[in-house]
Design a binder for this molecule. Sequence first.
Ligand SMILES: *Cc1c(COP(=O)(O)O)cnc(C)c1O
Length: 396
Amino acid sequence: MIDLIAGIDAKLDTLAAHSLTRRRRVADSACAPRQVVDGRSMLAFCSNDYLGLAAHPQVVDALREGASRYGAGSGASHLVSGHSRAHALLEHRLGQWMAPYIDKARALYLCTGYMANLAVLTALGADADAMIFSEALNHASLIDGARLAKAAVAVYPHGDVARLEQQLQASSAATKIVVTDSVFSMDGNLAPLPALLALCERHGAWLVIDDAHGFGVLGDTGRGALEHFKLHSPNLVYMGTLGKAAGVGGAFIAAHASVIELLVQRSRPYIYTTAAPPALAHALQASLDIIEGEEGAQRRAHLAALVATLQGALRLERWQLAASNTAIQPIVIGGNDDALRAAAGLHEQGLWVPAIRPPTVAAGTARLRVTLSAAHTHDEVATLAHALNELERSTP
Ligand SMILES: *Cc1c(COP(=O)(O)O)cnc(C)c1O
């Protein structure tokens, strides 16, 4: 008899030998800077809850109210019977939010950003004579969406607009789709979206923007990367996630109404899954209220001030703070073991910062992915900076 488990264990052993085993910590309390993790009180710098809305009382109350009104689950997929008034109202509002940037904008709410990216790329890239031009540092969900699409795929180097232009020029594809993260999730820097959009318009290409780390935080009213860069084009397809800065869960795609209608009719990651609980859509109305209101503006301003505090307090010599002005402030260390040891050193002091290793980042660039939230205080950020300075000094 063949020992099936032995083959699996050998793979797990290989991961362990390369310091690539991942371990889940169990959070005993809500997502917040101070939380109980594996039974211990920690100061966390790891969530994508950039505005501190995940445990915001107004959002939690709205979730409770949504559950009272609509129940716990949706009961079916959107096209069968799971599409509730809460979903419809959220989509209507998000469509209006994106109307200044996309003509005839309409929005579609999906269960996760991962599925939204699969939905967009499989729909736009459904034909074999289409081509997807994918930025080298794109999120795994975009890579998987490109794999699942029938379209051919070309990867362009990080931030390299000139190289992308050559690739677009050389391509005879009937449909061209350029796809990029707006804020790179493991680096924190921004894609050159205005230049990319100009290029896409010249070459008749779609520009698909994954704004997972921009929605809620970029732009004066938190509408994200399109507002930040003041972009406007019929070529834009926008994906914003609602489990990060918006603090709840799910994602939306905003595009011209015809694109959205095609997704509703044809997109398998949209059609063949149970609709997210309507209560989530209801709770998101409270998130959007905060994001677009005075409190949202204050939270974004506080977050920007925290970033400046961190940058001003770090005195690193060998470890490298990435060039980023967003809430993602990674510190590149290099080796997998070294990054793990640094994370462990912080953990001993009650500071929770994740070590990010390949394949999430390139080999030799393992890092501490520090993320800040408007829920942090300046003192908490100073504590982290001091600990990092000391840790680097005491590391051989
Ligand atoms: C988190 C993330 C996603 C996936 O969104 P989920 O809603 O968590 O599934 C997609 N793209 C990027 C860049 C992300 O960081």
